[in-house]
Design a protein around this ligand. Structure first.
Ligand SMILES: [Zn+2]
Length: 195
């Protein structure tokens, strides 16, 4: 059951764009891709909305659409997955006991999807857009750190700087991870071709 749940979470993240989720829950996103952060009090929009993630430059909160719903409604991971499934009528059979047959079909079905050419292209495009998102966010975080860098003699750096620096570490990790994964895939692809 745990595996199918992770699978559902993945499907939800693919299906529901961050912006769509925000707007669905009544949070307007401006033309620059910013929204008023629901997690802290503010008058100027500092929550940046990316395709598949968000990050608030004011309070440092960030994550994917499931994290957003969890924090917005104060609910668990499981509840957030169920809520998104219901609110966006995705029709995933969450919470229903899988029949042996359904459970058995789950993995091959996924594998088959991966094998289909068009889906493969779609996945690549998806991954590429996530990658661009991360690059964009990294750029932004660097900019924020520059703008908010501690003044000379200042003992504690501004909170914005600390938050951005933390998030930058994580984004850097994700980008490295992406790079390694792409590399592993292309190496595996070459080995496949050679065989
Ligand atoms: Zn915030």
């Amino acid at each position: 059951m745990r595996d199918s749940f992770t699978l559902y979470a993945q499907e939800i993240k693919q299906a529901v764009d961050m912006r769509r989720a925000l707007e669905h829950y009544g949070i307007a996103v401006n033309s620059a891709g910013y929204a008023l952060c629901p997690f802290h009090d503010e008058n100027t929009a500092s929550l940046k909305v990316y395709n598949k993630s968000f990050y608030c430059f004011g309070c440092g909160k960030g994550g994917d659409v499931i994290r957003f719903v969890r924090d917005l409604f104060g609910i668990s991971f499981r509840e957030a997955v169920e809520k998104l499934n219901a609110d966006f009528t995705l029709g995933l059979p969450i919470g229903q006991r899988l029949t042996v047959r359904q459970a058995r079909d789950m993995k091959p079905r996924q594998a088959q999807r991966l094998r289909t050419r068009s889906d493969e292209a779609e996945q690549k495009a998806q991954r590429f857009s996530e990658y661009l998102d991360l690059l964009q966010e990294e750029d932004h975080l660097r900019f924020v750190m520059e703008m908010c860098s501690p003044l000379e003699g200042e003992e504690t750096p501004p909170a914005e700087w600390v938050n951005a620096s933390r998030r930058l570490g994580y984004v850097g990790y994700l980008l490295d991870h992406f790079y390694l994964q792409e590399n592993a895939e292309s190496i595996a692809g070459k080995a496949d071709n050679a065989a």
